[in-house]
Design a protein around this ligand. Sequence first.
Ligand code: G3P
Ligand code: MG
Length: 243
Amino acid sequence: MLASRIIAHRGCSLLAPENTLGAMALTKKLGVDWVEIDANLLGDGTVVVFHDDRLERLTNGRGKLMDLGIRDIAGLDAGSHFSQTFQGEPIPTLDQMLIQLDRDQLGLNLEIKCYPDFTPKQIVMPVIASLERHWKAFDRLIISCFDTQVLTLIRQHKPDWQLGQLWEALPSDWQTTVAQLNAVSVHLDHSTLTNAQATAIKQAGLDLYVYTVNDKVTAEQLFAMGVDGVFTDDPPCFSYFLC
Ligand code: G3P
Ligand code: MG
């Protein structure tokens, strides 16, 4: 297994505002050793760590990320929607996030969001550049995406980087896709996974990670099926796996 049994989803989004530096600091304190975050694009080409294509759900700002640049999001509050304890948490750039995670020696599943507002190339090139600037341990990095074109583009530039194909549900042609990508892992919505699929994925020599699992009983059933690790919003629920 390349990652970990427990991967903090968007940091640990039941305990802290998702995808923020504060959430990652808390995750580290909790003893989690891998995190999942979402890379997203602003209109000026800056890559930020943010799940949605609009600001409203997670900040005190308004509008689409593609209509905004780094100056427009500076000073926005991405913490108060969660609690006053996190008031003033900024939207981090990917550069800022990588510096903190690398310093804390966390493993990283970097999920690249690819909203229809931009092309795969527009986000892939700055993501690669950011990782080249600020990431050192590529053995503890898996890049994933729902969009196979995004992963194909990364593979063209980076033959050695570890890629994971994300699907909600496993498609019938999954083996062709993972072979073409030379992917190391498959990432699925846990509720769609069958025993036969889990067995086939493991027999193909791939890691299998599933989202989003916030209770122990479900996690134990999934581990028994062969799942390697779960993305969870609530890592303390799995304290027996933490350092
Ligand atoms: O990477 C697993 C999971 O995060 C994918 O869905 O919407 O939570 O980013 P989402
Ligand atoms: Mg995600």
